[in-house]
Write a protein that binds this ligand. Structure first.
Ligand code: ADP
Ligand code: ZN
Length: 225
């Protein structure tokens, strides 16, 4: 049977036809036409380790190769403007803000934009539904670049990042520089009025340099009550 890519219709009482979730179904149809093998790349590490920088670098190279890339981020992260992915260095790229509880919107966006590559920044902020979304994108043949924190402020695995890392074809773990001792840093130090945050603090507290530092394992502190 030839797949026409049209939305399926369902007859309903009264003889009229109801189109079932046209946007999602056509997204599926468009995505299903790809022939390439998908590929999942993870860029993880602490804050200031250069994850956004690396994501921006990879996305720009996709454009140079004349392929379509879309960049997405959870709309929770509004530090540098809603519609851009920005590195602490000031580099930035246009991005689509996605509701963190609706990562499936990435599927319809990828279909609508006919993306070859989907880049997702700050992926640790999405709910667990991000995992099947990423799997679906890879399954239909897209290259997916996911950047995010691998650990929270207390050194615990963060959100769906560990699962995505397990599923990935390639994992790049970047390191920042410890602001205390100058060694490579893999931890996020959360500070509240200059003091280490407590272990029972909320996991998600958006902040920049004023509330977070990159630190090595030896210099990382969490207040344990
Ligand atoms: P991430 O996305 O991992 O938070 P960014 O790509 O936004 O990282 O920023 C990386 C940039 O941050 C570096 O190139 C550097 O200029 C700057 N930077 C600031 N503090 C540090 C630090 N402690 N260690 C490394 N880079 C830092
Ligand atoms: Zn240190």
């Amino acid at each position: 049977m030839v797949n026409t890519g049209r939305s399926e219709s369902q007859p309903v009482a009264g003889g009229r036809e109801r189109v079932r979730s046209k946007r999602t179904r056509s997204a599926e149809a468009i995505l299903r036409t790809r022939k390439e093998a998908g590929y999942l790349e993870i860029i993880c590490g602490s804050m200031f380790s250069g994850k956004s920088e690396e994501l921006i670098r990879r996305a720009k190279r996709v454009v140079i190769a004349r392929k379509q890339v879309i960049v997405c981020k959870p709309s929770i992260d509004t530090r540098y403007g809603h519609r851009r992915v920005s590195s602490h260095d000031g580099n930035s790229l246009r991005a689509h803000p996605i509701d963190r509880s609706r990562p499936e919107d990435i599927l319809s966006l990828a279909a609508a934009k006919e993306a070859d590559v989907v880049a997702i920044d700050e992926a640790q902020f999405f709910g667990p539904e991000i995992v099947p979304v990423v799997q679906r994108l890879v399954e239909v043949g897209l290259r997916v670049i996911v950047a995010g924190l691998d650990m929270d402020f207390a050194g615990r695995p963060f959100g769906s990042m560990p699962t995505l890392m397990a599923l990935a074809d390639e994992v790049t773990k970047l390191k920042a520089i410890c602001v205390k001792c100058g060694e490579p840093a893999t931890f996020n130090q959360r500070l509240i009025n200059g003091r280490p945050a407590a272990i029972d603090d909320p996991i998600i507290v958006i902040g920049g340099r004023e509330s977070y530092e990159a630190r090595c394992r030896r210099c990382h502190e969490v207040l344990r009550k």
